[in-house]
Design a protein around this ligand. Structure first.
Ligand SMILES: [Zn+2]
Length: 158
């Protein structure tokens, strides 16, 4: 794949009761994990970590507060903040000008009910639904999303 300039993005596969939460991306007409761009300041410097971006985007898009389920190495230096190890990282082609470099996390909900109104259309998918087929062929689940969603359910079997 040709290397292009990229934006950093972060997203999360939220698991609850053996289901995973996906949102219908209205522009792309696909089911995707909630997520989006990492915020920058006016000078283009990042002002949040990938895990902070994933948690913020999930809260905005789904209304749920979540925690990241990931390994994290201990911090041995007060000036050194260790970050959650992402479950996967990917580069996704967006357009002729840029790609997205994405950090993917597995997440658990902090509370049963959403804290605010979701911005997007959300739906919980069971293992069986993910294995068999998308709920609607016009609104597919991309193969890499399906594989990670299934892995999330199996790993975070609560
Ligand atoms: Zn972008």
């Amino acid at each position: 794949m040709e290397r292009k300039p990229f934006h950093f993005t972060a997203s999360g596969y939220v698991v609850h009761k053996r289901r995973v939460l996906l949102i219908l991306h209205t522009k792309l007409r696909k089911w995707l994990p909630p997520g989006g761009h990492m915020l920058t300041d006016g000078a283009g410097r990042f002002i949040e970590s990938p895990e902070e971006a994933a948690k913020r985007e999930i809260a905005e898009e789904t209304g749920f507060d979540v925690e990241i389920h990931a390994s994290k190495y201990p911090s041995l230096d007060p000036n050194h903040e260790m970050l959650a190890v992402p479950e996967s990282m990917h580069i996704h082609r967006i357009d002729e000008e840029h790609d997205h470099f994405g950090f993917d996390y597995f997440c658990l909900m902090k509370a049963e009910r959403p804290n605010s109104e979701p911005e997007e259309k959300c739906r919980w998918f069971s293992e069986k639904e993910l294995e068999t087929c998308a709920p609607n062929e016009n609104l597919p689940i991309p193969e890499d999303v399906r594989a990670l969603a299934l892995k999330a359910i199996r790993l975070l079997n609560d």
